[in-house]
Design a protein around this ligand. Structure first.
Ligand SMILES: [Zn+2]
Length: 468
């Protein structure tokens, strides 16, 4: 039970900000606990994310609904939830407004309002709703004409409809079926909507968590300093162009550790990432050593076929092999200490985290992560507090959550389609290879269009959805 209690985040209702600990450092009041889906690893919703949310709600329920739901929202938090593709819980005013998710197989963004979202919409009778005869509804129930006292139903099947009692209580949410009925997806204990009605800012979020952040930064720096003086090995920071490795680099430099950057150019990096690595190195005044895989991926692709979630041969070819070769040439027999920005997410955090380890495939690397216990929110708040926003890879502010190879099999369709749109030339090269592969293997076009290449054996739930 103790573990479950911790699956969430605190929110200060006075200051309207998320908290890393239970108490707000601005008003010194204990925040309200908001349970979140596991693994809990929330991130700030950036301008791009808020725009996507607004646009999606507008398409779903109209622009008035979007304006009303997001009234005064400046500080919002997204937490990943399992969907067939990318999905987030959206937190505003310390409540879960609903789920923003990329619909598979429709391949566009949608918004499913939950208790707070539906209760808000009902205040102005926005969106789609039915008032039901009965005082209660049950999950998986199918409601028809005879159950409705009043209604405002959508035209298209699959659209969300919330369910209201005759006493004005919002009871749950369902979706319109092809037969004009409403299938009940979720029910809950009714609750009045909450509008905190004042805008917070990310500056205030930093203030509300200030000492906690400062303390954790000093602890991490001390950790870096202790290990490096104990091991007396040449120090590197493994930099990927992502926020976690940026934070790690910052902490290592702040700990006055003499370090170099090790950057693994897989040959599949996005241009922003390559630029970012050079920019960050020059700004920090740290030498950058590049391990380049060059064309290795494309050469092996001909034989191995696209890498899958089950078989990531690309990792060996583009990361491990070139790094091993690099170490042999440059480091010789010695070992190096390499700080990496690896984080265990909440659900795994307590399972005993190793703080120093030897890389199984690269025994010359003694690896360590100073931010192992940090949440994504903490990393972002640290970067904001230390004014490192300008060093962050731009891609994060354009909807990317993770920085890596441009067509990693672990990516969701939502992200792959963004890459396809933003980098048509890069994508064309990849799609040509996929086309050759399906031609040779006699696979259907769906294999490309729905990203089935990402699995050796695509999950049944995915295949069921596309009738494959
Ligand atoms: Zn407060």
């Amino acid at each position: 039970m103790r573990r479950l209690k911790h699956s969430g985040i605190y929110w200060c209702l006075n200051c309207n900000v998320p908290l890393l600990d239970s108490e707000c450092e601005i008003c010194r009041v204990k925040g309200e606990f908001v349970p979140l889906s596991r693994p809990v690893d929330p991130k700030p919703a950036f301008r791009f994310d808020l725009n996507l949310l607004h646009q999606t709600i507008s398409q779903e329920f109209g622009v008035d609904a979007a304006n009303f739901l997001l009234k005064n929202v400046e500080v919002a938090v997204f937490n990943r939830v399992p969907y067939l593709d990318k999905g987030y819980e959206v937190l505003v005013d310390g409540r879960i407004l609903g789920h923003l998710f990329f619909d598979f197989p429709r391949l566009y963004w949608r918004f499913k309002p939950l208790r707070e979202g539906c209760s808000r919409l009902w205040v102005k009778k926005l969106g789609f709703w039915v008032v039901v005869n009965n005082g209660f509804v049950i999950k998986n129930q199918i409601l028809g004409e005879l159950d409705f006292v009043a209604k405002n139903l959508p035209e298209r099947e699959g659209e969300y409809v919330f369910l209201v009692s005759k006493k004005d209580e919002v009871l749950g949410v369902g979706e319109l079926t092809d037969k004009g009925k409403v299938y009940v997806l979720r029910v809950w204990k009714p609750e009045q909507p909450r509008f905190l009605n004042f805008k917070a800012s990310w500056n205030q979020v930093v203030k509300a968590n200030f000492s906690k952040l400062k303390t954790d930064i000093s602890k991490a720096c001390k950790f870096v300093g202790d290990i490096s003086s104990r091991l007396k090995l040449p120090v590197f920071v493994s930099y990927s162009g992502g926020k976690d490795s940026l934070t790690t680099l910052y902490l290592t430099v702040k700990a006055s550790c003499k370090t170099k950057i090790l950057f693994n150019d897989t040959g599949l990096e996005l241009p922003e990432t390559l630029e970012n690595a050079d920019w960050v190195a020059s700004k920090f005044g740290v030498e950058i050593l590049k391990v380049k895989a060059e064309e290795a991926f494309w050469i092996h692709l001909k034989d191995f076929g696209p890498p899958t979630r089950e078989n990531r041969w690309c990792s060996k070819v583009c990361k491990l092999k070139p790094t091993a070769k690099f170490l042999d040439e440059k480091i010789g027999e010695n070992k190096i200490l390499c700080f990496v920005g690896q984080r265990k997410t909440e659900s795994f955090r307590r399972a005993g985290s190793r703080k120093i380890w030897v890389n199984k495939f690269l025994p010359k690397i003694v690896a360590s992560s100073p931010i192992n216990d940090w949440s994504m929110l903490q990393v972002w708040l640290c970067l904001m507090m230390e004014r490192l926003d300008g060093y962050v890879n731009k891609l994060y502010f354009e909807g990317f959550d993770r920085i890596g190879c441009f067509m990693c099999p672990s990516m969701e369709m939502a992200d792959l389609l963004v890459v396809k749109k933003r980098y048509p030339i890069l994508w064309e090269r990849w799609e040509k290879e996929l086309e050759n592969w399906i031609l040779n293997k006699n696979l259907p076009r769906q294999w490309i269009d729905y990203g089935l290449w990402r699995w050796k054996n695509p999950p049944k739930r995915i295949l069921d959805k596309i009738g494959g």
